[in-house]
Ligand binder design. Structure first.
Ligand code: ADP
Length: 281
C-alpha cells in the first residue's frame, strides 16, 4: 500500500452508504499524514502515475483498445480545475483526452443528453478527463427544474446502462465527487474577488448558486445512491485541503491503471536484426 495510507484510497473513499451531510470536508480519510507528508507522497506518486499512463499510451499506440476515464464532479470552487492542472498535468499530454462540459449549446439541447458525452469518449490508450459530465443532467438540471421530472428521473438508469456499456468496451471509469464546505467555498470565492490573477475564474452566478446548496447536496446524494455501481463506483473526496484531494485522485488513478496490468508492448520487429542493420549505416 502507498505510504501513510491506513486503507487503500479506493476503499477509504468509496461512496457506499456515505451521507454527504455527515461528511467532514476537511478530513483526509485513509491518510494518516499531515500536509508535509501529503505533498511528499504526491510528488512520489505523480511519478508512478506518469509511468503507468505512459504504458497505457504505448499500448494504445500498439492497438490496445482499453482506456481510463476520470469523471470529475463538484460544486464551483471544489477544485476540479486544480486536479486537471496538477494531477493530469503530471502526465504526458499526448495521452490525455480532456473535455469540459458547460451549459449545452442549442444544438446539444436538441439531442439526447448523452449525445455530446459520447463524442468525447477517450480512444484506446487515452486517459480521458471529464471536467463535469453527464451527471450535470441529474444535478444542475434537477436543482433548477431545467426539464420536467419525468425527463430527468429515468436518467439514473440510463447512465448506469451507458456506463456498463463503456466498461464492457474496455473503459475503466474513475468517478470522483469533490466536496468543500460552504465556508470554504466562500473563502475561495472571495479570493477570486481579491486577486487579479483569479478574476477570470469568478462568475457572479456562483454566488446565486450558494442559495441552492441544500438542493445540490440532495441531488448529489441521490446521484451517489443511484449511480454508484460495482462496475463504476463513485469516490467521495473531502476537498477543503487541496493537497489531499490531489493526492487522493492520484491514488485512484494509479489503482485504476494497475488493474489493467499493463506491460510495455512487445517489439513488432526482430531486435537483433535491427541492431545489425543500424550498425551498418
Ligand atoms: P466552470 O464553472 O466549471 O468553470 P463553465 O463556466 O464553462 O465551467 O460552465 C459550467 C456551468 O455549466 C455550470 O454552471 C454547470 O452547472 C453548467 N452545466 C453543465 N452541464 C449542464 C447541463 N447539462 N445543463 C445545464 N447546465 C449545465
Amino acid at each position: 500500500m502507498a505510504k501513510h495510507w491506513s486503507l487503500p484510497a479506493v476503499d477509504a473513499l468509496r461512496s457506499d452508504g456515505l451521507r454527504i451531510a455527515d461528511l467532514d470536508t476537511s478530513g483526509t480519510p485513509g491518510f494518516d499524514g499531515a500536509k508535509a507528508e501529503g505533498l511528499a507522497c504526491l510528488a512520489e506518486r505523480a511519478t508512478v502515475l506518469s509511468g503507468l499512463q505512459e504504458k497505457l499510451y504505448a499500448n494504445g499506440r500498439s492497438g490496445d483498445k482499453r482506456s481510463v476515464l476520470l469523471v470529475l464532479q463538484g460544486m464551483d470552487t471544489a477544485g476540479k480545475g486544480g486536479i486537471v492542472r496538477h494531477v493530469i498535468g503530471s502526465v504526458d499530454p499526448q495521452g490525455v483526452d480532456h473535455a469540459a462540459f458547460g451549459v449545452p449549446t442549442e444544438k446539444e439541447k436538441h439531442h439526447h443528453f448523452l449525445w455530446r458525452i459520447r463524442k468525447e469518449l477517450p480512444g484506446g490508450g487515452q486517459l480521458g478527463v471529464f471536467d463535469r459530465s453527464h451527471y450535470e443532467d441529474v444535478l444542475v438540471v434537477r436543482v433548477h427544474d431545467l426539464v420536467p421530472p419525468e425527463v430527468w428521473q429515468p436518467r439514473y438508469d440510463e447512465i448506469n446502462a451507458f456506463e456498463k456499456e463503456l466498461v464492457d468496451e474496455g473503459t475503466t471509469l474513475v468517478k470522483v465527487a469533490m466536496f468543500v464546505s460552504l465556508d470554504e467555498q466562500k473563502k475561495r470565492l472571495s479570493e477570486r474577488l481579491e486577486r487579479p490573477d483569479k478574476y477570470w475564474k469568478f462568475n457572479p452566478s456562483d454566488i446565486d448558486e450558494r442559495a441552492f446548496w441544500p438542493a445540490y447536496q440532495q441531488a448529489y446524494q441521490v446521484m451517489l445512491d443511484r449511480t454508484s455501481t460495482e462496475y463504476a463506483p463513485w469516490h467521495v473526496i473531502p476537498a477543503d485541503r487541496k493537497w489531499f484531494a490531489r493526492l487522493a485522485v492520484t491514488e485512484l488513478l494509479i489503482a485504476a491503471l494497475e488493474t489493467l496490468e499493463l506491460d510495455w508492448p512487445a517489439a513488432t520487429f526482430d531486435i537483433e536484426e535491427q541492431k545489425r542493420r543500424l550498425a551498418e549505416v
